[in-house]
Ligand binder design. Structure first.
Ligand code: ZN
Length: 138
């Protein structure tokens, strides 16, 4: 059987990077599964889930490089569709992707020592995000 958890996280938007590793570890701990996979998913087309080494300078590097890769100050046709300003947010989110699968064994996430699970919110405003964590295993 699949177990299902929801977590709410407040973000500042604008490539806000938030460490959600503990939320995923807690879901694995609460579940009745010992070995399996945790699927972490963020609904929404301007946020993403990935892993990084969560340290302040690398978080700044991510913001800087995202601005170079997918600039926010160029013209996006999307802005004509709804009159919004988040064309770069959608493209950044689609590149990083909305979900991640992490294996666990004996209730321990099999992450590297310097590898944290993060939510990246690329929207141009503050948001409250819901993160879905599914635990599959035995
Ligand atoms: Zn939009």
């Amino acid at each position: 059987m699949v177990e299902f958890y929801r977590v709410r996280v407040r973000t500042k938007g604008n490539t806000d990077v938030i460490d959600i590793t503990q939320h995923v570890a807690d879901a694995v701990e609460k579940s009745n599964k010992k070995d399996g996979i945790a699927v972490v998913f963020v609904p929404g087309s301007t946020a993403a889930i990935t892993t990084i080494e969560y340290e302040p300078n690398l978080v700044k590097d991510i913001k800087n490089i995202m601005e170079k890769l997918v600039p926010s100050n160029i013209e996006y046709l999307h802005h004509k569709t709804w009159g919004d300003d988040n064309g770069s947010s959608h493209i950044r989110a689609s590149i990083v992707k909305p979900s991640l699968t992490v294996p666990f064994q004996n209730k321990e996430l099999l992450l590297g020592t310097w590898q944290q699970i993060v939510l990246m919110d690329f929207d141009t405003r503050e948001r409250e995000r819901e993160i879905i964590i599914q635990i599959i295993g035995e």
